[in-house]
Design a protein around this ligand. Structure first.
Ligand code: BGC
Ligand code: CA
Length: 338
């Protein structure tokens, strides 16, 4: 009888230890909701892939299991709100939001606060006033204007190094077209503005032949470029594309129009996606700016693990102004070692 009692006591002790998170317990499972604005966006799909990889790595290095629940908002804020509501109803540990409509953040933050579930936005930046509504609302991203400045600098360097090869009509003025990302996206607005500012501030005379949105998409960009070529808006010397997919679309249109590839305008994009890096090597794309998919994924994971381990966030994540984790862009040309 005594032995049975002591056995029972031992079993109870083990159960207790396990419940308290002692060494013998199963790893803790974290449930993370990840709401993407549009899964088939080239850059965003790479962030999602990197996030899965980063979660696996975190599982291997820590005593934790991470279940990612990834949803596709398909470009609709209404659809995304329902997905986020479900994350909150199910009391997930953390939610990561690649918001469809940047102006819709306040409602999401308020709901997250009520549910007391930290919310980390990424890539699509809410306005600061919204983020400040709650201490556990954060943003991980890259400073949008920098990518434009780097694009402008790439073009400026090339213009200074060999103006004749860009200034095809020899008038000393840089004639360009702009392929813009989605209207209202911070990256579209600031990249569009900053790339031109770099040139004009350096004293280069520029002439805008056309500027239109192609919503980050290769097909839409090809269509725009085809229309410009057909309309004969003037000789296009530089194509600024707010992202690589649109830069590739401009190249597609040129090729489809049967124009000589040696006369391709000077084309620059942003993201450094694998097909863009191939185009750089082929010489059709002249420059791009690396957008940090890996950094975004790892940044989100830093937040997630810090919350899971109950760490003081400011000690675990290098925050700026309490709410921001900033990553950096990087210019890439054919010469940049890969
Ligand atoms: C990327 C685009 C992408 C967009 C989605 C931007 O930072 O450069 O390629 O479509 O984010 O929000
Ligand atoms: Ca010119």
């Amino acid at each position: 009888m005594k032995r049975v009692i002591s056995l029972l006591a031992a079993v109870m002790l083990i159960v207790l230890l396990a419940a308290c998170g002692g060494g013998t317990s199963a790893p803790r499972t974290l449930r993370i909701g990840v709401a993407l604005y549009q899964q088939d966006d080239t850059f965003i799909s790479s962030v999602a892939r990197e996030l899965q990889r980063a979660a696996q790595e975190a599982e291997q290095s820590g005593d934790v299991k991470i279940n990612l629940y990834i949803t596709d908002g398909k470009g609709s804020q209404t659809v995304q709100n329902e997905q986020i509501d479900r994350f909150l109803d199910r009391k997930y540990d953390v939610i990561c939001v690649n918001i469809v409509d940047r102006t819709a953040a306040a409602v999401i933050i308020d709901k997250a606060e009520t549910a007391n579930i930290p919310v980390i936005f990424f890539n699509r930046q809410p306005v600061e006033e919204d983020l400040r509504r709650w201490e556990h609302a954060y943003y991980v991203g890259l400073p949008a204007g920098d990518a434009g400045m780097m694009q402008g600098q790439l073009v400026l360097d090339a213009w200074r190094a060999d103006q004749n090869s860009i200034d095809k009509n020899g008038d000393g003025v840089l004639q360009y077209v702009m392929l813009e990302g989605e209207a209202g996206h911070q990256d579209a607005l600031l990249r569009t503005e900053q790339c031109i500012a770099v040139l004009t501030e350096a004293g280069v005379a520029v002439e805008r032949l056309a500027s239109e949105t192609a919503n980050w998409q290769r097909g839409q960009a090809a269509l725009r470029m085809r229309q410009w070529l057909q309309k004969g808006i003037g000789e296009i010397e530089v194509v600024f594309a707010n992202n690589d997919d649109m830069a590739l679309g401009a190249i597609d249109a040129w090729q489809e129009a049967g124009l000589p590839m040696e006369e391709l305008p000077f084309i620059v994009g942003v993201d450094a996606t694998p097909p863009a890096l191939e185009a750089l090597q082929a010489g059709t794309l002249k420059g791009t700016v690396r957008n940090d998919a890996v950094g975004l994924a790892e940044g989100l994971m830093q937040f997630i693990t810090a919350f899971a381990q109950g760490q003081q966030l400011s000690a675990a994540v290098p925050l700026t102004d309490d709410h921001y984790l900033w990553l950096q862009y990087e210019p890439v040309t054919r010469q940049t070692p890969q």
